[in-house]
Design a protein around this ligand. Structure first.
Ligand code: FES
Length: 141
């Protein structure tokens, strides 16, 4: 079974909402994310543990072993339906020079709503190059 941020958050919430628990969750997120905490994890952890994002960022800065990543994660469905829409992949190629990591994943099993993408772990249907541009603009504000 693959690791997911949502499941990790749900698990750690059962252990409490104190700073130590949050720190252990962040360590796991970092370990499972290839060595740094992805930006998109911050608001999700903050909401689930009832703390401000600024608190989490301060916590990460204070703990030398924790590192905040600066790359957004874009996953593009490469299933038979979604891959017909080449504009997404072409737009993604241009975006790779920015702080974005692009990967192609197997069918997301929502073929009727495609093309489907996940941006920083959040699913979007009927994705377009315009949507990608907007997501990047919104995330940099
Ligand atoms: S082809 Fe994309 S969800 Fe199935």
């Amino acid at each position: 079974m693959s690791w997911s941020l949502e499941e990790a958050i749900a698990y750690y919430k059962t252990l409490g909402t104190d700073q130590n628990t949050i720190m252990n969750l962040l360590k796991e997120v970092q370990q499972e994310s290839g060595g740094s905490i992805p930006l998109f994890a911050i608001p999700r952890v903050a909401v689930n543990f009832g703390v401000k994002e600024s608190f989490l960022l301060a916590l990460i800065r204070r703990i030398p072993s924790l590192r905040l990543g600066d790359t957004h994660v874009l996953q593009i469905c490469s299933g038979p339906n979604c891959s017909k829409h080449r504009a997404i992949g072409e737009a993604a190629q241009k975006l790779e020079s920015q702080k974005i990591s692009v990967s192609y994943v197997p069918c997301m099993r929502m073929c009727g709503k495609g093309p489907n993408i996940k941006f920083d772990g959040k699913l979007y249907h009927q994705a377009s190059p315009q949507l990608l541009k907007k997501l990047l603009e919104d995330s940099s504000n």
